[in-house]
Ligand binder design. Structure first.
Ligand SMILES: Cc1cc2nc3c(=O)[nH]c(=O)nc-3n(C[C@H](O)[C@H](O)[C@H](O)COP(=O)(O)O)c2cc1C
Length: 242
């Protein structure tokens, strides 16, 4: 762990400082540190303690070879028509309010942080490509779960992922979860020899953030608690505090 990097000292600090980082320094992360983070994440709850997760850890040549294969597929339009399982609706089929939030997220990322117009397909693709080298992070993780039972395994995977991202903050490390890999699941399956009974959940970039990069300057907003909470007590149900 780099001595000069300040890590989160409390769970609250880890939660408040975690964000998706899309620009990393090349500073390596020792394998022992990655193993420790994975051991911490494996303390996550899972349905009947099934622990359905599996993690592929990519560094060095293995990571480079996967990136090259993914870029080749991207350039050759090797993107598959759909994820292996119903992951998300098509871009134009998102209902409100998620559609609006997605649009303002895209605006913040492309227009404000990168100066790329939302209609600039080539510019967007240039940035999107960086997903496949894990945004320059020295460690790329690919999380898979057992296909049976899929729905509960995906919930368990989410808990594992969040625990891993928060534990990383304690070491001053940052992360970015990446569903972008799902568009090329056959390439991942082939390269990582993922067996048929495993489903790819997402990738995760892991490393030290490049805090000077334009992409590291903005934070995504959140709805207030009252917007997503209903309190039930002795009176009629009501939203949380303003
Ligand atoms: C399952 C999942 C998949 C994601 N996939 C990507 C991705 O492929 N590329 C990317 O840049 N960000 C991806 N993100 C990051 C989200 O855009 C980000 O979490 C969201 O905008 C909230 O911002 P924050 O993480 O900085 O708080 C993903 C997040 C999750 C949870």
């Amino acid at each position: 762990m780099a001595a000069q990097v300040m890590g989160a000292a409390t769970v609250e600090e880890a939660l408040l400082s975690r964000c998706s980082v899309r620009a990393f320094l090349p500073t390596p992360v020792p394998r022992g540190d990655v193993e420790r983070l994975l051991a911490l994440a494996s303390r996550s709850a899972s349905n009947s303690n099934g622990q359905p997760w599996h993690v592929h850890v990519l560094t060095g040549g293995a990571k480079r070879r996967l990136t090259e294969a993914l870029w080749e597929a991207l350039d050759g339009d090797g993107r598959v028509a759909a994820c292996e399982y119903p992951y998300q609706p098509a871009a134009d089929a998102w209902p409100e309010p998620f559609r609006g939030r997605r649009r303002s997220f895209g605006d913040g990322l492309y227009r404000e942080a990168l100066g790329i117009d939302v209609d600039d397909a080539a510019g967007r693709l240039r940035h999107h490509r960086r997903n496949y080298d894990f945004f320059g992070a020295p460690v790329g993780l690919v999380l898979t779960v057992s296909r049976h039972p899929l729905d509960s395994a995906l919930v368990d995977a989410g808990l594992f992922l969040q625990a891993l991202m928060l534990a990383a903050r304690q070491d001053g490390l940052d992360t970015c979860p990446q569903a972008a890999f799902l568009d090329f699941y056959p390439v991942l399956r082939r390269h990582l020899q993922i067996p048929d009974d495993q489903i790819i959940v997402c990738g995760l970039a892991l490393g030290f953030a490049d805090r000077d990069h334009a992409l590291s300057r903005s934070r995504t907003p959140r709805e207030p608690v009252r917007a997503f909470t209903t309190f039930h007590d002795d009176g009629p149900p009501r939203p949380g505090p303003a």
